[in-house]
Design a protein around this ligand. Structure first.
Ligand code: MF3
Ligand code: CO
Ligand code: CO
Length: 287
């Protein structure tokens, strides 16, 4: 039996001439690269749907930015997210997702991601918090997160927040043309994090998104150039580097089954956008 993986094979449309995209993908596939299936290529209509979800998603994170303050509980943030989403005809994707109990993730300081909003978690001066929100509109998903700094934080935590942002922008820059590999993104992001003395979380990654919450491919934020999936026009995916001040290792809170914390309990920062790859590189759909 042939043990070669045939899972990610590009299929040609019967009776249609080969397009430029077909040729590029087939050439990569012949060199043993991981290529998308046709099902990962969104139609223009689907991309517009995801873009519309992104508009609401952006407005939610803007609203959080306007309202967030010292003394506020993360449950109050969740209520803002829920109310805004519902009143705009959309649905918070996190709510009920694999049993997640709230409408967004709120991850403070050493919490890497998937923090659960709670009335007992009160924001304090100097906290850094990630609010991660995924919005479903008419069946289309847009996923983004931002860091918010409560008052003034330490120079070191501010640096972490800034470098995590730069890592996202570097990922975007790598995607300024199509036919790059997921590994090109991760390689560049890890280099930048390491150059600043920080580390990249490996246990969680970005992902395809749009018709479902989490689709192929995995978008790792470390790795080697030319590895991982080829990114071609029509693919929609997130980049969402989680950058740690100390070790890259993390653990999951056993009690709630969700909250991911850095192993050494040093601070962590993350930013996330949803992107669509086009003939001219990526366009951000979540701003
Ligand atoms: N929004 C997260 C992501 O970027 C996933 C959160 S899943 C949840 O992929 F269940 F914790 F909400
Ligand atoms: Co997210
Ligand atoms: Co995501």
């Amino acid at each position: 039996m042939n043990s070669k993986k045939t899972k990610n094979k590009w299929t040609l449309l019967p009776g249609q001439p080969l397009t430029e995209m077909d040729k590029r993908i087939l050439a990569a596939q012949d060199r043993g690269k991981l290529v998308p299936t046709r099902s990962l290529i969104k139609t223009p209509e689907q991309i517009e749907g995801i873009r519309a979800a992104g508009v609401i998603n952006t407005a939610i994170l803007d609203l959080v930015g306007e309202r967030i303050h010292e003394g506020m509980s993360t449950l109050e943030i969740d209520k803002l997210v829920y109310d805004y989403t519902i009143s705009h005809g959309a649905t918070p994707a996190c709510l009920g997702y694999e049993g997640f109990p709230k409408s967004c993730c709120t991850s403070i300081n050493e919490v890497v991601c998937h923090g659960i909003p709670n009335e007992l978690d009160i924001l304090e001066e100097g906290d850094i918090i990630n609010v991660d929100c995924t919005t479903i509109l008419n069946g289309y998903y847009a996923d983004a997160s931002r860091m918010y700094v409560i008052g003034k934080t330490t120079p070191r935590k501010q640096k972490l927040v800034d470098v995590a942002w730069e890592c996202l922008k570097i990922g975007e820059e790598i995607c300024s043309k199509p036919y790059v590999y997921v590994g090109d993104i991760g390689n560049a992001i890890a280099k930048h994090a390491h150059a600043n003395g920080f580390r990249v979380v490996r246990d969680l990654c970005g992902h395809g998104v749009g018709l479902e919450f989490h689709e192929e491919p995995d978008v790792e934020h470390y790795g080697h150039k030319g590895t991982g999936m080829l990114l071609v026009p029509g693919m929609v995916f997130t980049i969402e580097p989680m950058i740690n001040m100390g070790t890259w290792q993390v653990f999951c809170d056993e009690e709630d089954g969700w909250t991911v914390v850095s192993e050494d309990e040093m601070p962590s920062a993350q930013w996330e956008h949803t992107f669509v790859m086009t003939d001219n590189g990526v366009e951000v759909l979540t701003h």
